[in-house]
Design a protein around this ligand. Structure first.
Ligand code: MLT
Length: 309
């Protein structure tokens, strides 16, 4: 009998096609990811579950899934999956770490420009018919120091793009080798050094016990006056209350956040502060990235279910 896969989040049609072409019995019900009870009632039928970020795979859901062998996350972060519970049940959790990295890096660069030139506020004001030329004085990126926290797949692309913009790039990443730093044309530094030197800081690390509040109140206090902070990685890496205080005091000149400690974020201490640019976790939201991750997750899951590889 053909293995059965449920897609419970919005995924490109390309994924459905690949599953079908590979002989998988695929069910595409993107609304289920947001309907815990309905998902619980259906999950028992399936050998595979393909998700993005809306579906929360809890221990309870896994207990109701005796046939489940693989969970495929079309994207990078697997923080919506209880991985300990999955591994206890022998369920493989796979992600697609490469499909959306360029898109996410580009969003971080876009957010850096947006906060440097106050583009969202200038846009809103111009639409209102005001012509506030003198209100929106920005800063150049060229010649500035960018501090990159995490120079892995996405952070590495950000470093490359920032070098193209003629920024000086310093990176804090315990896993960054000197060889790779040289190849990227960046300087590997300790966190305190980065905090003291960066005009812009961008985060590109996963959310773990070690990275939680890596920009804590104490660390924010160590940054250069006038720093601008970009977070397109994960909520919870920056203490949002402390950042809001630093923005209000003028120590931090601006912030651009795509991710929040609680998502969906309907409120945040950062909302409605001047020169804070916010987007609703759009880091991976391009047609190219969504196509890539959908194709990759469908191929990987099909390989696993059909051949165990
Ligand atoms: C990811 O982890 O792939 C990104 O944050 C995108 C997403 O969650 O949709």
């Amino acid at each position: 009998m053909a293995p059965k896969v449920l897609i419970s989040d919005k995924l490109s049609d390309a994924a459905v096609q690949i599953f079908r072409d590979r002989g998988i019995d695929v069910t595409f019900e993107p609304a289920l990811g947001k309907d815990k009870d309905a998902l619980l009632a259906r999950i028992g039928e399936f050998d595979g579950l393909a998700i993005r970020s809306a579906t929360k795979v809890t221990e309870k859901l896994l207990e109701a899934a005796p046939n489940l062998k693989v969970i495929g996350r079309a994207g990078i972060g697997t923080d919506n999956v209880d991985k300990d519970a999955a591994s206890k049940k022998g369920v493989i959790v796979m992600n697609t770490p490469y499909g959306n990295m360029i898109t996410t890096a580009e969003h971080a660069i876009a957010m850096m420009f947006a906060v440097a030139r106050q583009i969202p506020e200038a846009n809103a004001s111009t639409h209102e018919g005001k012509w506030e030329k003198s209100r929106f004085m920005g800063v150049e990126l060229s010649g500035k120091t960018l501090g990159v926290i995490g120079a892995g797949n996405i952070g590495g692309i950000v470093c490359d793009r920032a070098r193209g913009l003629k920024m000086k790039v310093v990176a804090y990443d315990p896993f960054l080798s000197e060889e790779r730093a040289i190849k990227l044309g960046i300087e590997k530094v300790e966190l305190d050094d980065l905090l003291a030197r960066a005009d812009f800081i961008t985060l590109h690390v996963p959310f773990t016990d070690q990275t939680k509040n890596i920009l804590s109140r104490d660390n924010i206090a160590k940054t250069k006056t006038g720093v601008r902070i970009v977070n397109c990685a994960r909520g919870g890496l920056v203490d949002e209350d402390a950042l809001a205080d630093a923005l209000k005091s003028g120590h931090v000149a601006g912030a651009a956040f795509d991710v929040f400690a609680v998502e969906p974020a309907t409120e945040s201490p950062l909302f409605n502060l001047p020169n804070v640019v916010v987007t609703p976790h759009l880091g991976a939201a391009t047609t190219e990235a969504q196509e890539n991750v959908a194709l990759q997750v469908a191929e990987q899951m099909s390989d696993y279910l059909l051949t165990g590889a």
